[in-house]
Design a protein around this ligand. Structure first.
Ligand SMILES: *[C@@H]1O[C@H](CO)[C@@H](O)[C@H](O)[C@H]1NC(C)=O
Length: 190
């Protein structure tokens, strides 16, 4: 026959098991969210163009080296990493209307060709997109005419975003390192 202590213990265990069943739906498995609260309407696709300015020299560079290439003689600067806070503008002129900033980094990720791993957020500061962001991560082989990189997510108006960008160099000054790149952005969101 079970002792009183064993009875108390088995009661306690039963109680804990019951409690965990009650607790799980409330925390881990609640599917009863409201689409309105999450501002999920109809899925749409947006397309827009911005010019991305990578200013690497002069008195106020927007893109700075943070990691040197492992081998300074590497023709592709393999291993070098650049951190940027690049302006995104409406037109190719850097003084045209500011749409947002491209914040993140790119690093030389190839030994044989000039190809970067790019990881950046487009943080918008204009119109209805003000305060919203999209996250871009992909491979940029910079001397190809059009480079495609995935949009892997977003915030604000771009929650649940996915899509891609097409980047094409508008101008490149090899002396100063100043590059202007046109980004065509195609993004699905709600
Ligand atoms: C964007 O949002 C910020 C913060 O809410 C605000 O200060 C700024 O004036 C807004 N800019 C535009 C162009 O609406």
């Amino acid at each position: 026959m079970a002792s009183p202590i064993q009875n108390v213990a088995s009661c306690l265990i039963t109680f804990c098991i019951l409690l965990s069943y009650l607790a799980i739906p409330a925390t881990g498995k609640n599917n009863n969210f409201d689409r309105k609260t999450l501002q999920i309407g109809k899925q749409k696709i947006s397309h827009f163009r911005v010019y991305w300015h990578d200013i690497t020299s002069g008195p106020s560079p927007t893109s700075v080296p943070i990691v040197k290439p492992f081998d300074k003689d590497s023709p592709t600067l393999f291993g070098a990493i650049q951190m940027m806070d690049n302006p995104l503008t409406e037109g190719p002129d850097v003084k045209s209307k500011l749409i947002g900033r491209a914040q993140g980094f790119y690093g030389s990720a190839a030994q044989e060709d000039l190809s970067y791993l790019v990881s950046m957020n487009f943080a918008f500061c204009e119109g209805k997109y003000n305060g919203s962001t999209i996250a871009i991560m992909g491979r940029n082989d910079i001397f190809t005419k059009v480079r495609e990189m995935p949009v892997i997510g977003g915030s604000g108006l771009f929650r649940f975003a996915r899509g891609y960008v097409e980047a094409s160099t508008h101008s490149l000054n090899l002396k100063t390192g100043y590059a202007v790149v046109l980004y065509n952005v195609y993004v699905m969101h709600y």
